[in-house]
Design a protein around this ligand. Sequence first.
Ligand SMILES: *[C@@H]1O[C@H](CO)[C@@H](O)[C@H](O)[C@H]1NC(C)=O
Ligand SMILES: *[C@@H]1O[C@H](CO)[C@@H](O)[C@H](O)[C@H]1NC(C)=O
Ligand SMILES: *[C@@H]1O[C@H](CO)[C@@H](O)[C@H](O)[C@H]1NC(C)=O
Ligand SMILES: CC(=O)N[C@H]1CO[C@H](CO)[C@@H](O)[C@@H]1O
Length: 325
Amino acid sequence: MRLVIVFLLSALLPLSLSHGRDPFAWLYGRQSQGNYFGSLQADTSGGACPDVCDCPPTFPVAMYCDGRGLTAMPTIPSRIKYLYLQNNAITAVPDSALINATNLVWLMMHHNQLTSDAIGKKVKLHLVLVRSRHIYELRVTPADLEGMDNLTILYLNDNAVTEMSTSLKALTSLTLLDISGNKLTKVTSGLPEHLHQLYLESNSIESLPEGFLGSLTELQYVRMAHNQLTDKGIPSNTFNVTGLVELDLSFNKLERIPIVSTTLQHLYLQANQIKEFSLGSFCSIVDVTNFSKLQTLRLDGNEISRQDIPSESSLCLRQASTIEV
Ligand SMILES: *[C@@H]1O[C@H](CO)[C@@H](O)[C@H](O)[C@H]1NC(C)=O
Ligand SMILES: *[C@@H]1O[C@H](CO)[C@@H](O)[C@H](O)[C@H]1NC(C)=O
Ligand SMILES: *[C@@H]1O[C@H](CO)[C@@H](O)[C@H](O)[C@H]1NC(C)=O
Ligand SMILES: CC(=O)N[C@H]1CO[C@H](CO)[C@@H](O)[C@@H]1O
């Protein structure tokens, strides 16, 4: 199947989604429900619109089947790119249900009655399982990711993912990976090489593997707040990687400031147990050309105070506009 799929879990959705306005209206400039039925001829290429759904002539690649009391998947014309099936009572999405939906880009399925078992193996990761309350476990297996090499964004946040599959590496186009709010205790170093953003906050991660970020030359944003990271769990040059712009390690159990690259601009370390302001974490040498590009440094909620910042810091951290202790 030639699917280019965007996964969207709860991150983009306000809680009020089940009633009222569609938060994805910006995707297609929908003004109101009244605009569905214009005087235009309906487009039936790739199959007719099922009676129970609406396929607005003004936006022929979208099909609205949300809130219709459906218990099974409707037939999907192949022209459809945006499919809205939220707020129904659909219990299963077998592999066969998407067989004709070769152009699908978005599939909204939150607020249905899906269980993990009732989702076809091929379908599983093609679904946009937005706030699908009944999915308690979403385990990413190598088979799920097969052939998804055009996937650019993967939101798996707020599920019960316990393991990061090494098969993520196969997602060669992935630039954003969000696995925040899951049950990870460890992470894999086999991450997709073109990642720009990596969000792992609110898990239970205790340690990171050697060379965790080493091969990710395009990585700019790493968020790991609200985990269980300790100094022991972080190999020494883990965050000394050039290219990184923002690193969030707040709300962990660090006692020292980890070594970071001089190119880092924003470092969040608030609410750890840091006892010492180690300037060497930012600069191994200081001269005219070697200094830290750090602009924001948050150290509030640690065990240090302003007096603990050595006076040489002004040379190394000459670009810092915000240092909070
Ligand atoms: C990925 O995109 C390329 C170029 O658009 C296309 O040729 C290829 O078939 C796509 N692959 C998949 C698995 O969809
Ligand atoms: C797929 O398309 C074929 C031919 O148009 C049709 O007979 C079949 O019912 C469709 N299947 C699904 C699951 O939509
Ligand atoms: C960070 O890495 C660079 C180059 O890899 C190295 O020169 C520098 O000493 C390291 N920083 C620290 C504080 O160890
Ligand atoms: C350790 C370090 O980054 N040293 C650099 C200091 O600046 C000179 C001149 O730009 C570089 O050649 C060094 O590599």
